[in-house]
Design a binder for this molecule. Structure first.
Ligand SMILES: Cc1cc2nc3c(=O)[nH]c(=O)nc-3n(C[C@H](O)[C@H](O)[C@H](O)COP(=O)(O)O)c2cc1C
Length: 168
């Protein structure tokens, strides 16, 4: 059962939480949504709001959903679900039923956002700012060469964390 919480009470180190443990970024509605694994991003405090940052490449099917909808969710899991996260990070919702393949159970928040019932924590986010990364703005140009050889620059979304949930 998901219990509402204050995002400030997530005590896991954010670098480990996102970079090591990964998360699912999901957007859409009960009838049509998509999810993908992400390990790049962050959390912090901006414009006097708790915020999260996610980076999504335009070729992801999830991108169509993060563009179309104003809200998204981030779901965090314990290591038992690593395999499910690998599945969601190596197949596309364009041609795969990731829910069936991963064995995860969609959970719908009271506001109608989609996350997963097995998650330890779920954050709901409302887009505040979105921008494609710009090759001309890399202060360290080697990053642009290293990560974007084919020009598929991420879009960065800054989302306000509007609600947070923990599995209790
Ligand atoms: C550990 C891991 C981390 C990932 N992190 C990101 C990320 O931060 N941003 C991104 O655009 N893709 C990331 N991906 C790739 C997407 O999860 C992957 O391409 C996925 O299949 C996209 O699914 P979709 O087409 O259904 O959206 C990651 C994949 C893995 C396995």
């Amino acid at each position: 059962m998901m219990i509402k919480m204050d995002p400030r009470d997530i005590e896991r180190n954010v670098i480990r939480l996102i970079g090591d443990d990964w998360m699912l970024v999901s957007a859409g509605t009960e009838t049509k949504f998509n999810t993908m694994t992400a390990s790049w991003g962050g959390m912090g405090f901006l414009w006097n709001k708790p915020v999260a940052f996610v980076f999504i490449r335009p070729q992801r099917y999830t991108f169509e959903f993060t563009e179309r909808y104003d809200t998204l969710t981030l779901s965090f899991f314990d290591p038992r679900y690593r395999k499910a996260l690998s599945v969601c990070g190596s197949h596309s919702g364009r041609d795969t039923d990731k829910v069936a393949l991963s064995g995860l159970t969609p959970w719908y928040t009271p506001s109608g956002n989609v996350a997963f019932g097995e998650a330890t924590w779920v954050l709901e986010g409302r887009k505040l700012y979105a921008e494609m990364l710009d090759p001309a703005r890399f202060v360290d140009a080697s990053l642009s060469e290293k990560w974007y050889a084919s020009g598929d620059f991420h879009k960065m979304y800054v989302v306000e964390i509007t609600d947070a949930w923990k599995n209790g």
